[in-house]
Design a protein around this ligand. Structure first.
Ligand SMILES: [Fe+2]
Length: 403
């Protein structure tokens, strides 16, 4: 199989103007043999959120993250109990849902978890094959394969349970041309992009991280291995990642070509409460911790987001002045001073380097946050930055009284 056959672009990626080569660089794709994959995955289909106020959250993602509104479902379209906004940036799709009628189950979900991710949906070429394999491997099937249709065609879908109250909906949209799913109507942004602002601030979803309970990380790694045929990535951080106070363990599973990557964290016992413990307490259980959004110009992305009020974790100057780090990272595309003034972290491995930065939690609870990542060959996750990063998170935890 040739490299380009292995990376077949989805309509979303084509529409976003991405080439296979750009996508390969952006999210670090590798070649693999799809014919022996028991659970082939084409791409991440959508990240679905339940929030307390979908109307305003959707505006936030448009006005601040520069996403484009493409579809909508709600009382005006016949869904009386909830509103859902579909947003795009490059090939990345977010769906923001909120309860409208007081008895909406979405409001119960929000009461338990706050704003969070309910579904890491995946596009697959064969829903039935995936579900048959998942069932044989003991997965909980939350929705049996079924067709949903409207005037734009038919979508075949099903869903399996993942950690906590998170699910993976599987979607085959090969026979569908509508803006998202049946029940949604096309809708355009009313937010006007400021003159001179970049067309988009990120092009793709790089990875979505799950926090699971103490002692259960390996169980979930095994779940993704068995049920979804995911592979363990080379950067498999099995040891404790520890600061003086808190510790966690992290392992990474990925679909065959690494198009979908799920790092999984669990807390480890330490002197003080780790960021994972804090998450589990405030999310009331396992859930999605952060999404890494791939950009090809992290400097501009960070400048624009900061000018729109996004707060990032700060990185001490000592990080950039550390001779060991300077030695390790070598030459990157911009002077270190440009990274230092923005607090952008650097990591390098045998394949190349990456630039990354983390926001503070974006909602009221100290749970969900974002990473922005610019890859230059590196397929890693910034292992070399974990300690500096966790110390920055601890400073924030301490300010919240949760350390
Ligand atoms: Fe990450």
């Amino acid at each position: 199989m040739t490299a380009d056959a292995a990376v077949e672009l989805t309509p979303e990626e084509l529409q976003a103007g991405l080439t296979a080569e750009q996508l390969r660089t952006l999210v670090g794709l590798v070649e693999y043999d799809a014919s022996s994959d028991p659970f082939p995955v084409t791409a991440q289909d959508a990240v679905v959120f339940v929030v307390g106020n979908a109307t305003q959250t959707a505006q936030f993602y448009q006005a601040v993250f520069g996403m484009e509104l493409v579809a909508y479902s709600g009382p005006e379209t016949g869904r009386r109990d909830r509103k859902a906004f579909v947003l795009r940036s490059g090939s990345c799709r977010f769906v923001i849902k909120g309860g409208v009628s007081p008895d909406s189950p979405l409001l119960d979900h929000h009461r338990r978890h706050g704003d969070g991710v309910v579904d890491l949906a995946m596009e697959v070429p064969d829903v039935d094959k995936c579900i048959a394999h998942a069932r044989a491997q003991g997965a909980t099937i939350l929705e049996e394969p079924n067709d949903v249709s409207d005037e734009h065609g038919t979508v075949r879908r099903a869903a399996i349970a993942a950690y906590g109250e998170t699910r993976h909906t599987l979607v085959d949209r090969s026979r569908y041309t509508g803006p998202y799913l049946p029940g949604y109507v096309a809708r355009e942004s009313t937010v006007v992009r400021p003159e001179g602002a970049p067309k988009r601030l990120f092009q793709a979803l790089d990875h979505a991280v799950g926090n699971v309970e103490l002692g259960r990380m390996d169980e979930w790694v095994s779940f993704y291995n068995r049920v979804m045929g995911f592979v363990n990535m080379a950067e498999f951080v099995g040891d404790d990642i520890a600061t003086d106070y808190s510790a966690l363990m992290s392992k990474v599973v990925a679909s065959g070509n690494h198009r979908v990557k799920f790092p999984l964290n669990e807390p480890a016992v330490a002197k003080k409460k780790s960021q994972i413990d804090e998450y589990l307490e405030f999310y009331t259980g396992p859930g999605c911790q952060h999404m890494a959004l791939a950009t090809n110009d992290i400097l501009t992305t960070v400048d624009v987001l900061r000018s729109r009020g996004v707060e990032f974790l700060s990185t001490p100057d000592s990080y950039y002045e550390d001779p060991e780090l300077r030695e390790r990272i070598g030459k990157v595309r911009v002077p270190i001073g440009e990274l230092q003034s923005r607090g952008i972290l650097v990591d390098r491995d045998e394949d190349g380097y990456l630039l990354q930065i983390f926001t503070k939690p974006i909602g009221d609870r100290p749970t969900v946050f974002y990473e922005f990542i610019e890859r230059h060959g590196s397929l890693g996750f910034g292992k070399g930055n974990f300690k500096a990063l966790f110390e920055a998170i601890e400073r924030e935890q301490d300010r919240r009284g949760n350390l």
